[in-house]
Design a protein around this ligand. Structure first.
Ligand code: ZN
Length: 430
């Protein structure tokens, strides 16, 4: 480290940024097809490259890809489940040994084959959720295991299991959307251990008890009388234990903030003790993306956060939403709007990186393992010969092909806050 004062850092995370060529864009990717003069200028003033979110060729979810960019040690990111992330986001305290699952309140009905899922979100139930969850607190599930349901956002809830000898190696009871017939699955152990078997049984017991109690709950009777779907069951997924303990940004003592519209990313910010600045909600994301109209507010809040933080992460969900909707043209257009909206943040003395949490193929509508185009502009830092921000140029850029962690480390080094590696730091890098 030099004696120069540390520089401010900004990492822009464009969700699902990477893509593949599309016929609708004359064989270019949405980022290549987009007119992005300001991102191109950053490439011209710095370097670009391709980043692997975790491992080359391996697709990841948003919470995994983002957690690495936020500084979580890669081996912990690999084991990070959505359950504990959402739990932290919803303010549910988790202790070592607890297992947390993400749940929906859903509309179920009993058939001879088991519980059929009539509506995965119980008609997007919202107002009744805290009262319904309250009837499922401290539920005894046998063998010293207790389950409690906590409200999260909208129809979402968190199931927290406490007790000795729990395991998070259990499957989902949620069959996922798009499966027919949509039957609730029994919870399966994912490994041959006594802990996994007893935890899976406890989840099944909780699901059965929840259906019994919620089915007859006065609030659900009232919903049915009003012609609404009853929230009479719980479907579970994303079981996990507390696994995120080594975050480099936190370890370095940096004041970090995360700006996002997504509850999951805000949950990560809380997990790492960063300042979470959440604008709007996940439910609004799809609508807002159509106009990109929240971008100026997000950018203004980012500039404000930069006034009292060393490092600010700006997470923008929109590109991923267009990819999942199989709309490469819409993705191109929103990338152009993002390019213009970012201008006030692109100050010459800032260390700036732009990357994504994973690649989302907008023809397939799903995440794929291709690396993500990324750029890094460090004042007085290295400059490569690339001038365009896109997948093809990134493959020939000076950053080469590195991991998302490598991009973050380069950003931190550019800020002048990364000390020479010491043995005691090793756990934060691997
Ligand atoms: Zn994502």
């Amino acid at each position: 480290m030099s004696d120069a004062p540390p520089r401010q850092g900004l990492l822009v995370i464009l969700d699902g940024l990477g893509d593949r060529p599309s016929e609708a864009l004359d064989g270019r990717t949405p980022l290549e097809a987009a007119h992005t003069p300001h991102l191109n200028r950053l490439v011209a003033e710095g370097q670009c490259g391709l980043t692997d979110p975790l491992l080359p060729g391996v697709p990841v979810d948003t919470h995994v890809g983002t957690s690495v960019l936020l500084g979580l040690a890669p081996r912990e990111a690999m084991r990070l489940a959505r359950g504990p992330v959402e739990a932290t986001g919803a303010g549910v305290p988790l202790l070592p040994g607890d297992v947390a699952l993400r749940c929906n309140l859903a509309t179920l009905h009993a058939t001879p084959d088991g519980l059929h899922i009539r509506d995965r979100r119980a008609g997007r139930v919202r107002d009744e959720v805290p009262a319904l969850a309250d009837t499922l607190v401290g539920v005894s599930l046998g063998e010293g295991i207790t389950g409690s349901l906590h409200p999260a956002t909208g129809h979402r809830t968190i199931l927290r299991l406490t007790g000795a000898g729990l395991s998070d190696a259990i499957g989902d009871t949620d069959p996922g959307s798009g499966t027919e017939p949509c039957m609730l699955r029994p919870c399966r152990p994912l490994e041959e251990s006594a802990a996994a078997h007893r935890t899976a049984l406890a989840v099944d017991r909780f699901v059965a008890i929840a259906h019994e109690r919620l089915r007859t709950h006065p609030l659900n009777r009232a919903r049915e009388a009003a012609g609404l779907l009853p929230a009479n069951g719980v479907i579970t997924r994303g079981a996990g234990a507390v696994a995120a303990t080594h975050n480099l940004v936190q370890h370095l003592g940096l004041r970090a903030a995360v700006l996002t519209r997504e509850a999951t990313v805000a949950g990560l910010a809380r997990l790492f003790h960063f300042t979470p600045i959440e604008l709007g909600g996940e439910d609004g994301a799809r609508h807002a993306a159509a106009a990109g109209d929240e971008l100026p507010a997000l950018v203004a809040a980012t500039e404000a956060a930069l006034q009292d933080h060393d490092l600010v992460f700006l997470h923008i969900k929109d590109p991923d939403i267009f990819s999942h909707d199989r709309d490469p043209v819409g993705k191109r257009d929103v990338l152009e709007r993002i390019d213009s909206a970012l201008v006030p943040l692109l100050k010459p003395d800032r260390v700036i990186a732009v990357s994504g949490d994973h690649t989302t193929d907008s023809r397939l509508g799903r995440h794929v393992g291709d690396p993500v185009p990324s750029l890094l502009r460090v004042p007085l830092g290295r400059i490569d010969d690339r001038t365009i921000f896109g997948e093809t140029d990134a493959a020939a850029g000076g950053l080469g092909r590195i991991s998302s962690s490598g991009l973050l480390w380069s950003l931190l080094d550019g800020m002048g806050v990364l000390p020479n590696l010491r043995p005691r730091d090793a756990a934060y890098f691997a």
